[in-house]
Design a protein around this ligand. Structure first.
Ligand code: ZN
Ligand code: FE
Length: 650
């Protein structure tokens, strides 16, 4: 591409058999040009020759093309005409340098781009996208990564691989404006992975490149959607005439000590490569959870986990879900005989599972699986652990088999059988989902319930505090939860770190970033030796409140709080290990995206000589659920005497 004498000099669709798109352009199988969105581009004789020459690197590279026969880019004003220019990519770079916000068509969808060093542009993008604080990913040239962030050799290898995920790297103080990832020690960085990216970055080196979508809808993939959905955000769009058949977001990865990498979002570069199952299963569709949904279509030893679908709470995401299920069934020729879903009766994914079974005339079995059991079994499964292990699931929300909301859970068991043996104390969740959006409500409820005190966070009206206290006092009207995510919300609010969140887990993330390194102390706690064991929260909150009162810095309090979780987890695990004679421990759940906690848990448990297993192939968040569902569903389905809601007995 950079060779001025080559016939593909600066050609934005250059590729070979080892690179270039595949998943995003495929219409049907087997993978052949006539079944891809390259079908409308007839190869010129030069390309045809390369394509047929066995010694050529382009031998049977289905999307192969050139300036003569390939697709072309064009630049458009939103709601206006095509911009007349002989080089739309260079023109785009020029507009970006002038502070414009532009949608750019890539491999799996559009990005929204702006100059990452231009504070005004980034602030404008935040305002238009209605996204006040959630970090934006940036794209920089390979040689510039080290200028803006710390990167290890291992991380370099992954970021420079064909997967080219967004990597969360420790940021350096640089020209990247602070609004890109405010109050955040990390930067989501990716390097160019399509020719158009290289050509753009040659003209403007630091770009915000955030998925083009509104709110939590799927990534936008064609011009019509850009015009329909992004006209309030971007002023231009750089597009091309090769259709994106299958949307696919950028994948996101982090490195973890001793364990290599963990994936937070598994999409482009990973899908649709199957993940091996620990045993052979019948044709199965596991529809996944509600947030960060993926589904899994499985057969025999192979689990085809879908790309990141998103939060199943809007019509667009739902459509994307159905579209991908249909495609996956066709591509992999799997017609499910078993549908697995979450226990939550109101989840859209649960309803989909019901509909699916209703629509199918015969013999499709439907099975509900508890969320955190799915977490643990997913982690055991991808690690091929078949014997007994202790499972720790720290999470935001999952419907428990006792009707309460779980999320701070300890299990003992294996793939075939999980027993809940410990959990965080049940505490009231006044107003359910409303308090998840406003974490201070959790603090008010927990403090009142446990310490009997009235707690009025700064800026909260006293009638709101009273309402919450009344709800807590009238015990039977509130939902109860053992969620670890909510405990983070509570402490984050006590430290005054957040009022209302603008994206999922924001309070917990703020609390993580506060934590000072090098602190080893923790708060005292009490564990009830019941069955299941219960971790009491009262002493922990008393400790936090006392430190706050003494004027201890939030950085120290946060570290002590994190250390407390590590400590009681180790404590319980030691007890369970003795009783059940188990040395393997696995961690799953969204809370383990917290790197301070995950790192401390791994090193503490390994020092205590436990064998620690974490997610490596699947996200530790709810992106792993469908894979776990597929495994348990098959186990339950194999035992004919058990009812479909067997999880109630787990
Ligand atoms: Zn050609
Ligand atoms: Fe979860």
């Amino acid at each position: 591409m950079n060779d001025a004498t080559n016939r593909r000099h600066k050609f934005p669709f250059i590729n070979c058999t080892n690179c270039g798109p595949r998943y995003s352009i495929i219409i049907g199988t087997p993978y052949d040009r006539k079944r891809t969105s390259m079908k409308d581009f007839k190869m010129c004789s030069n390309c045809e020759e390369e394509f047929c020459e066995i010694a050529e690197r382009r031998f049977h590279a289905q999307p192969d093309c050139c300036w003569v026969c390939g697709p072309i880019f064009s630049l458009h004003a939103i709601g206006g005409n095509e911009v007349k220019t002989n080089n739309p990519i260079v023109k785009t770079a020029e507009l970006l340098r002038r502070g414009k916000i532009i949608a750019i068509k890539g491999i799996g969808g559009f990005h929204i781009a702006c100059d990452a060093t231009n504070r005004k542009a980034v602030k404008r993008l935040r305002y238009y996208k209605n996204r006040p604080t959630k970090p934006f990913a940036i794209m920089v040239r390979r040689e510039d990564v080290e200028k803006i962030a710390h990167i290890t050799d291992e991380e370099k290898e992954l970021i420079n691989s064909f997967i080219a995920p967004i990597m969360l790297l420790k940021k350096k103080k640089t020209v990247i404006c602070d609004k890109v990832a405010p109050n955040n020690p990390y930067l989501g960085v990716m390097v160019p992975y399509a020719p158009v990216h290289y050509l753009l970055l040659a003209k403007i080196p630091y770009l915000v490149m955030t998925s083009a979508n509104i709110q939590d809808e799927p990534i936008v993939k064609d011009d019509r959607e850009v015009i329909e959905k992004l006209s309030c955000i971007v002023s231009f769009y750089l597009s091309h005439n090769r259709a994106i058949e299958n949307r696919c977001d950028d994948s996101v990865g982090i490195s973890i000590p001793h364990k290599g990498f963990s994936i937070l979002r598994r999409s482009r570069g990973y899908v649709p490569v199957p993940i091996e199952l620990p045993f052979s299963v019948k044709p199965t569709l596991a529809v996944g959870p509600y947030l960060k949904n993926t589904f899994t279509l499985a057969d025999k030893r192979e689990a085809y986990v879908s790309p990141h679908i998103g939060d199943l709470d809007n019509l667009e995401t739902l459509r994307f879900f159905s579209e991908m299920v249909t495609k996956y069934k066709r591509w992999f020729r799997i017609e499910p005989e078993l549908i697995v879903h979450d226990l939550h009766p109101d989840y859209l994914s649960t309803k989909i599972a019901h509909d699916f079974v209703d629509r199918t005339a015969f013999n499709v079995q439907r099975i509900g699986v508890q969320h955190h059991v799915a977490h643990i079994v997913s982690c055991l499964g991808e690690n091929m652990v078949v014997d007994d292990a202790i499972g720790i699931a720290f999470d935001g929300t999952g419907f428990g088999s006792d009707g309460k909301i779980w999320g701070g859970e300890f299990f003992v068991g294996n793939l075939y059988n999980q027993k809940r043996v410990g959990h965080l104390q049940y505490l009231p969740l006044p107003g359910g989902d409303a308090s998840i959006k406003k974490p201070y409500r959790i603090a008010i409820a927990y403090i009142f319930k446990l310490l009997g005190e009235k707690y009025t966070p700064k800026g909260v009206a006293s009638h709101e505090v009273r309402t919450i206290m009344n709800m807590v006092a009238q015990d039977d009207s509130v939902v109860y939860t053992s969620s670890m995510g909510r405990l983070f919300d509570c402490v984050a609010s006590m430290l005054g770190l957040i009022r209302a969140i603008t994206y999922e887990a924001e309070a917990a993330i703020n609390l993580e970033y506060q934590a000072a390194q090098g602190i080893t102390t923790y708060y005292s706690y009490n564990i009830q030796n019941t069955e299941p064991m219960i971790i009491e929260v009262k002493d922990i909150l008393t400790g936090v409140a006392a430190d706050l009162h003494k004027g201890v810095s939030p950085r120290v309090i946060s570290a002590k709080f994190h250390n407390t979780i590590v400590q009681f987890s180790l404590d319980i695990t030691r007890k369970l290990s003795k009783i059940h004679n188990v040395r393997k421990v696995c961690f799953s759940g969204g809370v383990f995206q917290n790197r301070y906690l995950l790192n401390a848990m791994i090193s503490t448990f390994e020092d205590a000589r436990f064998d620690v297993y974490v997610h490596r192939k699947l996200p530790t968040n709810d992106g792993c659920i469908s894979y776990g569902q597929a495994i348990i569903g098959n186990i339950i389905s194999g035992k004919e005497e058990v009812e479909s809601d067997v999880n109630a007995k787990l």
